[in-house]
Design a protein around this ligand. Structure first.
Ligand SMILES: [Zn+2]
Length: 190
């Protein structure tokens, strides 16, 4: 009996020691961020995206792989094609207000467009809006992940291996970035 109790005691202590030496990210609950996805088209074709719903699902799979260390996952809650006038699209890209189907002010809104005047992606943080172009100079899923980083309060950094380096293919997040992003993601979740 005594030996069994000592065994259990050692087991508990060992468990606590192992648990407390894990990186803090491993102990966190997963935070889900709902995203309204809009595949943009316009009658002139200037901004019409060539992306399919399947392609968007692939992008999100890769985005969630990149964001996994932060235990944040982005969930597309609606992938919709929206036809707008080219001037309206420019307005939206520049942060203008717009009523969109299935839109929720608390949700992140992601727009896929043919081009963004040469940029890979764009984030309007105060509106939780991100944009990704069809042709990107970096991996498109990385551009998508990077813009989500801005929406979750992250700023640009220099090291190329980091997700928040501008115009690079880095995917790394630091503990500090994870802390900041999770705080905003939790807020986003409400
Ligand atoms: Zn950026």
């Amino acid at each position: 009996m005594k030996i069994l109790l000592i065994g259990i005691g050692i087991g508990i202590v060992l468990g606590i020691v192992i648990y407390s030496t894990l990186p803090s990210a491993d102990r966190m609950n997963e935070v889900k961020v709902s995203v309204n996805v809009y595949l943009i088209e316009d009658l002139t074709g200037e901004f019409t995206t060539s992306r399919s719903e399947e392609n968007v699902r692939f992008l999100f799979k890769e985005v969630n792989r990149i964001w996994k260390p932060a235990k944040i996952s982005f969930v597309p809650v609606g992938i919709q094609r929206v036809t707008l006038d080219a001037e309206i699209i420019e307005f939206v890209i520049n942060g203008g207000p717009i009523e969109l189907p299935n839109s929720d002010t608390t949700r992140v809104k992601t727009f896929f467009v043919r081009h963004l005047y040469g940029s890979n992606g764009l984030a309007i943080t105060q509106l939780d809006r991100t944009f990704v172009a069809d042709v990107t100079t970096v991996n498109d899923y990385r551009a998508t992940s990077h813009e989500f980083g801005h929406v979750l309060g992250l700023s640009h950094v220099d090291p190329e291996d980091r997700l928040m380096a501008g115009g690079k293919n880095g995917e790394q997040l630091t503990e500090e970035e994870i802390k900041i992003a999770r705080r905003l993601a939790l807020f986003q979740q409400r």
